[in-house]
Design a protein around this ligand. Structure first.
Ligand SMILES: Cc1ncc(COP(=O)(O)O)c(C=O)c1O
Length: 351
């Protein structure tokens, strides 16, 4: 039976709720969240605020909305903001920052992570020639760079530079659970100094839906209004919050398995001729595979693997991404390695 199971390594967003999670969802106590009466949403918001060490947290449908509300709440139209290379809130939120906040984005140099020096160098003061810089955004872990974590000391230096320049600081922590597992430190150690933090329940934690934005009372008051403006205020949202509560209480310890499975994949793939993985950068649940063989393309690999029941994403002609998650076992990863090894040999022979 396992032989026919589809192994879906496209993203950690593809997980389906377990039976136990569905039961928690079915039994959720609900109320009208617009009236502040949904007990399950309130419980989730309080639990997340405590975990993140912030005064308040707000339940939202998506991580994109959380990021965009954070930017809108802390900027004025015409401002400049800093993000890292390929940041999700720059590249993959459909231009929302320009559309919603009318700010200019400066992408700081680096592999998605940047340093304090870049913050100081690219800072634009409030001068008639410039869009004044008012916000920095950090993505930890960084998605496109393969789930890499930021150096904790560098984050401190970046935050210090931002404070000197009086900039607001947002943390896109869609996968902060993974970062906390990697560093083996509590979440609130990673959120200190940030004004706003977004986290997703629908990625490594395996909930079907939901994200939260956390911060102090003042910024969250603005966020509350912005959620309504963007159409993100919900009613009996406890149905969704229950999946999130179940996830943070039962699935956090499983993230370590995802990291070990990613290591297994990375080490195995590195042994296949024509493939190369940067093991040092394989820190959490993502593996970035570079195809070094000139005769093999990602399109070929994706198509051939799909025939064998293995799914992953092509990032470019020579680069693919494989993501481990709750619905992928160690055995699945071993089978994925077998499939890729078989395909790569075939691709080499027939190309
Ligand atoms: C780093 C990061 N931030 C934000 C998001 C947005 O989450 P959502 O898909 O819930 O809008 C994602 C989604 O993959 C992400 O990888």
């Amino acid at each position: 039976m396992t032989q026919n199971k589809i192994i879906d390594l496209r993203s950690d967003t593809v997980t389906k709720p377990t039976k136990a999670m569905r039961k928690a969802i079915a039994n959720a106590e609900v109320g009208d969240d617009m009236y502040g009466e949904d007990p399950t949403v309130l419980e989730l918001e309080e639990e997340i605020a405590n975990l993140l060490g912030k005064e308040k947290a707000l339940f939202l449908p998506t991580g994109s909305m959380a990021n965009q509300i954070a930017i809108k709440a802390q900027t004025q139209p015409g401002d400049d903001i800093f993000v890292g290379q390929n940041a999700h809130n720059w590249m993959f939120e459909s231009g929302a920052t320009g559309f919603i906040s009318s700010v200019q984005i400066t992408v700081l140099p680096g592999d998605g992570r940047y340093d304090a020096n870049a913050v100081r160098t690219h800072y634009k003061p409030d001068n008639v020639n410039f869009a004044p810089t008012t916000l920095i955004s950090i993505e930890n872990t960084h998605n496109v760079s393969g789930g890499v974590t930021w150096d904790r000391k560098e984050v401190q230096k970046v935050l210090e530079a931002a404070d000197e320049l009086d900039l607001s600081k947002h943390l896109d922590g869609a996968r902060l659970w993974n970062a906390s597992t990697y560093y083996n430190v509590p979440l609130d150690e990673l959120t200190k100094g940030f004004d706003t933090v977004s986290v997703c329940l629908s990625k490594g934690l395996g909930a079907p839906v939901g994200s939260l934005l956390a911060g102090n009372e003042q910024v969250m008051k603005k966020a509350y209004r912005l959620r309504r403006i963007l159409g993100g205020s919900m009613r009996q949202a406890g149905i969704m919050a229950a999946g999130g509560l179940y996830a943070i209480r039962n699935h956090r310890e499983k993230i370590q398995d995802d990291h070990e499975n990613a290591q297994l994949l990375a080490l195995g793939l590195n042994k296949i001729d024509g493939f190369s993985v940067d093991i040092i950068k394989t820190q959490t649940n993502m593996v970035i595979l570079d195809i070094t063989d000139p005769n093999v393309s990602t399109q070929q690999l994706v198509a051939e693997a799909k025939k064998e029941g293995l799914l992953f994403l092509s990032l470019s002609d020579k680069r693919i991404r494989l993501v481990t998650h709750l619905d992928v076992s160690r055995e699945d990863c071993i089978r994925a390695l077998d499939i890729l090894s078989k395909i790569s040999n075939k691709a080499l022979v027939y190309s």
